[in-house]
Design a protein around this ligand. Structure first.
Ligand code: HPA
Length: 234
């Protein structure tokens, strides 16, 4: 048991898939894993363990934003000995060529958050994906014939920004898309000597103003899940 995860020792797999939405965690467990068992209901932040092609895999909700994700990621690495965490989520495109429904794999995650300013005393750490896991995801994408964009993303603390044009600062430096969690995930994985990777589906575009419908999100989510699970067992 840890403070926010009520699981007994050994209940969580070495590999954890991590959507922001706990109901998505339940959906993944019920639709993609064999024999899923719910190990956490504390605060409604569902966590399940099952198997995929005979391999033990867990799926744990993180909540939205870096503070919420950090609580779960700290406890998974530190208290449950988890070895790798793969975030699966949605993002807003910051580039013309990154279209809605596309898949983005984050090689690195810039941030406007003060969390790493506190940790690194205003020096600037560069949160980076685990290279081995990134390479596995690239191979899995080739095998499944799923095209993706690989590069830098922005983990922002602000969904409703007072300045509607601030994203252009990041866009102007090649940042592909914005979400709200990965910089913390990559930083904590490095701290604990674990592996981390973020795979995202583009749900909306700050460039074009387009957004996906919930039906489209469901379909593109399937592709992202196949890629994450193939990576998890490869
Ligand atoms: N901003 C932050 N997070 C997001 C967005 C966005 O526009 N779209 C999906 N996740």
């Amino acid at each position: 048991m840890s403070i926010h995860i009520g699981a007994p020792e050994g209940a969580i797999a070495d590999t954890v898939l991590m959507p922001g939405d706990p109901l998505r965690a339940r959906f993944v467990a019920e639709n993609y894993l064999e024999n899923p068992v719910c190990y956490n209901e504390v605060r409604g932040m569902y966590g399940y363990t099952g198997t995929f092609r005979g391999q033990k895999v867990s799926v744990q909700g993180s909540g939205m934003g870096q503070p919420s994700l950090s609580i779960y990621v700290n406890e998974l690495f530190r208290d449950y000995g988890v070895k790798r965490i793969m975030r699966i989520g949605s993002c807003g495109s910051l580039q013309e060529n990154v279209k809605i429904r596309d898949i983005v794999i984050a090689m690195s995650a810039s941030t406007d958050s003060s969390m790493n300013d506190i940790t690194f005393r205003n020096m600037h750490y560069a949160p980076t994906a685990h290279y081995g896991l990134f390479a596995k995801a690239q191979k899995a994408a080739e095998k499944l014939e799923i095209p993706f964009h690989g590069g830098n993303i922005l983990s922002s603390d602000i969904f409703y920004n007072n300045d509607p044009d601030e994203w252009k600062i990041w866009s102007g430096h090649g940042v592909l898309a914005v979400e709200m969690e990965s910089a913390a995930l990559y930083t904590l994985a490095a701290k604990y000597g674990g592996e981390a990777l973020t795979i995202l589906t583009v749900s909306d575009s700050l460039v074009s103003g387009e957004a996906t419908t919930s039906e489209e999100r469901e379909k593109t989510f399937t592709k992202m899940m196949q890629l994450a699970l193939e990576t998890a067992v490869s």
